[in-house]
Design a protein around this ligand. Structure first.
Ligand SMILES: *Cc1c(COP(=O)(O)O)cnc(C)c1O
Length: 519
């Protein structure tokens, strides 16, 4: 930004003591200009007028400040730098007000910026398929269409079409869930954290829940089993040690004060070495002897054996029910591949109690979630077709050769866009499933590694920032002095958009870095 701090408009010769007025067009002149009409049509007269006023006020303040500096060339602040350049561009002659056309360009930019959605599509090239910060599972088209329809139409959300009477929203997916898990009953809430909270609050309010010390999990984003337990009004009874818990530890802790024996999936960590944990087939019979229910927080909660698709084994919900769990809680948007929700399945009498808890009303899901969930669950009726149809599984089972072909196709245009300051190469890398599913398992993948060629300071950080500033931000991973773009989650349609956007990247490589922070 090398525009002079003092624009010609501000540097007009003074007459007498009083400096000349800053000459800017009146708001009504801008609004009545034919060039403003499309803006008024798109954004409305109120918003356009307000934005024009704000623009003129800032412009005036800036011109005044520039005059105070008396053309001394005070350094432009980042906030006003672009602004000044525009003023300089649009000031046709000394003393002339910035042209209306120039102001309209600035006005359009501002309105567009202010109306840009904060929730935006990005390229997930992090290599983490179920990335919590990027919204976890992507849904199949059948679910997308069902959600669109539910947005446009009234739905029988709580209406039994057969009887013409009030229905229960859980019933819309319960039958499918029972079929897929072998459980007696099911209920749906906002997410798995809510499922655990609701289950504990219903069944263990003021009573003890026995959990192994090795399973006191913290999931990213402040979900900790001990904290949820407290908030649910339950009393945590820790047993065993971090690395070893035996059946007798559970047996000794059980008593009249015990409401539940609970097992928690160690989603995002693994304890190895000298370890011992009590598995459900051992624990459930002990709990039953004491007339205590067993609950399992399965976390990811997969509905099929993933080994049949060449992925590592993850205990399924059906296996957990079959092994004697009275209740199982799991997420809808992790390995299941559906919308964000928490699913509780298990014994009919316990689910009935949970549904009566007033908290259920506070944690229930809306019609969009149920619209998306049903078609996703329905896909599981054809497990042989699942890798083609369920987006999450499709991404997880993509062979590295597919990503390698993509990497080779993208390499040259990306290198051209980045220029000589960076070297791009196609390299093998490893993806993760993410969201705490199978944390130690890595999936062989392929992608692009970008390394700075020179010694410029923070070249990777700057590149990462430029990629984020694109209309479709590109999110990669910086590690070992390179920026890694794992192509596992880039489908064909997205690849086209990625390549199309490289031209824009090339242009911005020459421009100064965009300002950081929320626009
Ligand atoms: C992910 C997870 C949760 C939280 O589930 P959300 O759907 O993110 O609320 C709870 N427990 C375990 C074991 C998990 O893996």
């Amino acid at each position: 930004m090398t525009a002079p701090a003092s624009s010609p408009a501000a540097a007009a010769p003074a007459t007498g003591d009083k400096p000349p007025a800053i000459r800017l067009p009146a708001v009504h002149l801008i609004l009545s200009d034919p060039g403003c009409q499309p803006l008024i049509e798109q954004y409305g007269r109120v918003q356009t007028t307000d934005a024009a006023r704000a623009l003129l006020a800032e412009l005036r303040a800036m011109l005044l400040a520039a005059r105070r500096d008396d053309g001394a060339g005070a350094p432009a602040s980042t906030a006003t730098a672009g602004f000044e350049a525009s003023v300089a561009r649009s000031s046709a002659a000394a003393g002339a007000p910035p042209e209306i056309a120039g102001l309209l360009v600035m006005l359009a930019e501002r309105l567009q910026q202010a109306n840009r959605s904060h929730l935006r599509a990005v390229f997930n090239l992090t290599g983490t398929v179920l990335h919590t910060n990027l919204g976890r599972a992507l849904l199949p088209d059948s679910a997308v269409q069902a959600v669109a329809e539910a947005l446009r139409w009234p739905m029988n959300l709580e209406w039994d079409i057969d009887t013409g009477t009030r229905g229960d929203r859980d019933n819309l997916v319960e039958e499918l869930l029972l079929e897929l898990t072998g459980a007696e009953a099911a209920t749906i809430v906002n997410n798995n954290a809510a499922a655990v909270l609701l289950m504990l609050n219903t069944l263990a309010l003021g009573r003890e829940v026995i959990v192994s010390r090795g399973e006191l999990v913290e999931i990213g984003g402040a979900f900790r089993i001990p904290d949820v337990m407290t908030r649910a009004g339950a009393v945590l009874r820790e047993v065993g040690s971090t690395n070893r818990t035996h059946l007798k530890d559970y047996a000794e802790a059980a008593g009249p004060q015990t409401a539940l024996m609970m097992k928690v999936h160690c989603s995002n960590y693994e304890i190895t070495g000298f370890t011992k944990s009590v598995e459900l087939p051992e624990l459930a019979p002990l709990a039953r002897q004491h007339n205590i229910a067993t609950a399992v927080d399965l976390g990811s909660g997969t509905l099929v054996d993933l080994e049949q698709y060449g992925l590592p084994h993850e205990t399924t919900v059906r296996e957990t029910i079959a092994a004697g769990a009275d209740l199982v809680t799991f997420s809808g948007d992790k390995l299941l591949g559906g919308p964000q929700c928490g699913i509780i399945v298990g014994r009919a009498d316990l689910i009935a109690q949970i549904k009566k808890n007033p908290l259920k009303r506070a944690l229930r899901v809306g019609k969009l979630t149920l619209a998306a969930l049903e078609p996703v669950l329905a896909l599981y009726r054809a497990p042989d077709l699942l890798p083609e149809r369920l987006t999450t599984l499709k991404l997880l089972t993509r062979p590295a050769s597919a990503m390698r072909a993509q990497a080779q196709a993208i390499l040259a245009p990306l290198q051209a866009a980045l220029g000589a300051a960076y070297a791009v190469s196609a390299e093998p890398m490893t993806s993760q499933i993410g969201s705490g599913a199978l944390p130690v398992d890595q999936l062989p993948s392929f992608g692009l590694a970008i390394r700075p060629t020179g010694k410029a300071s923070n070249a990777l950080g700057k590149l990462e920032q430029r990629l984020r500033a694109l209309p479709l931000p590109v999110i990669g991973r910086v590690a070992h002095d390179a920026l890694w773009l794992d192509l596992r989650c880039l489908n064909d349609a997205q690849q086209e958009k990625f390549v199309a956007q490289l031209q824009q990247l090339q242009q911005t490589m020459q421009a100064p870095l965009p300002a950081q922070g929320r626009a």
